[in-house]
Design a protein around this ligand. Structure first.
Ligand code: XMP
Length: 311
């Protein structure tokens, strides 16, 4: 039977209301499609009893904390911005293995939410985990930041009671729910952005300096690829270096990968066939505006055997 987003909204708002009652509830949102749809759904159910928590973990794209919190507030959603970049960088320090990084991110994420829950005397945390997150985490492909109970971690360890209204859905249906909730299409049709943010796109240890560099490259790639339809388009900073030459001077600089994929539900993906002149323009802008970068590559790997992100 075809998925009916209107019915889903009616059922889930009823379920959330009956589970939560009149208690204050928090909803974690990163500005990505899933967590924004979840915040709007929870707000439909709970109104002023819902507080959206946006954690500025230092791993967001340019201007995101301001953009996301002002959009939530403009729709009447009580919103709290938590500044926690230092905690996340401290947790990621010295970690190079992708799963170690993911687990460190997850642990800091839930500790931060646990603190927020206590501060606001909230009873529940609502989060936008979707089916693909659970499948990939349980399948040990990669530990998504927002999966706990399904892999045997009791959320109470962080002082949390977790509600996951979207956990049965894949991305296309999440977008339909967003549309049914009348979110702006810029949100429900937005490219997915992973919870651990730019940390999933830094290979090797994540440091503030690397994230700053990647954030600039990400803005350039997103801007230049705006007109090219894709499931996801982004930049990645590799752990390797490559020799470059500028004005006759040698440098041993950074390597940025441009990644763009077509996909329905993120379980499989194919690389976008980006016109060569667009790629050339991106290369020029990145190496001109970020002098530390000596090489720009385009990734032509499908999923499988690759995954979409790099860690
Ligand atoms: P991969 O890299 O596994 O990604 O092919 C599949 C989809 O999931 C997103 N992704 C994440 N989303 N938390 C999230 O909320 C995470 O830890 C995470 N890791 C990957 C990725 O951007 C892609 O859309």
């Amino acid at each position: 039977m075809a998925f009916n987003a209107q019915n889903f909204v009616v059922e889930k708002t009823r379920d959330i209301r009956s589970q939560v009652g009149n208690d204050t509830t928090l909803c974690a949102t990163s500005g990505g499609v899933d967590s924004m749809v979840c915040a709007f759904l929870a707000h439909r159910a709970l109104g002023r009893n819902l507080i959206a928590i946006f954690i500025d973990d230092g791993l967001m794209r340019e201007g995101e904390p301001e953009k996301v919190t002002s959009l939530l507030r403009s729709r009447g959603i009580r919103t709290v911005l938590v500044l926690a970049a230092d905690d996340f960088f401290k947790a990621l320090k010295g970690k190079e293995d992708p799963e170690d990084m993911r687990k460190a991110f997850r642990d800091t994420f839930y500790k931060t939410l646990g603190k927020a829950v206590r501060k606001h005397r909230a009873k529940y945390l609502i989060q936008g985990t979707i089916a693909a997150d659970v499948i990939e985490t349980k399948g040990k492909i990669k530990s998504q930041h927002n999966v706990l109970a399904q892999i045997g971690i009791n959320p109470r360890r962080y002082g949390l009671n977790v509600i996951e209204p979207l956990v049965t859905l894949f991305k296309p249906d999440v977008r339909k729910v967003g549309k049914a909730l009348r979110l702006p299409s810029t949100i429900h049709q937005r490219m997915p952005f992973p919870g651990p943010g730019l940390a999933t796109r830094v290979v090797g240890e994540v440091t503030p300096a690397k994230v700053r560099l990647l954030r600039k490259a990400t803005s350039i790639v997103e801007r230049e690829m705006k007109s090219i339809k894709a499931f996801q388009t982004f930049a990645v900073l590799l752990d390797d270096r490559a020799t470059g030459v500028r004005k006759g001077k040698r440098s041993f600089g950074n390597i940025i990968v441009v990644r763009s994929v077509q996909s329905k539900n993120a379980m499989t993906a194919t690389p976008t066939r980006v016109p060569y002149d667009v790629l050339e323009r991106i290369q020029k802008k990145i190496t001109n505006q970020i002098p530390e970068v000596t090489k720009v590559l385009y990734d032509i790997s499908p999923k499988p055997p690759s995954t979409i992100e790099y860690i």
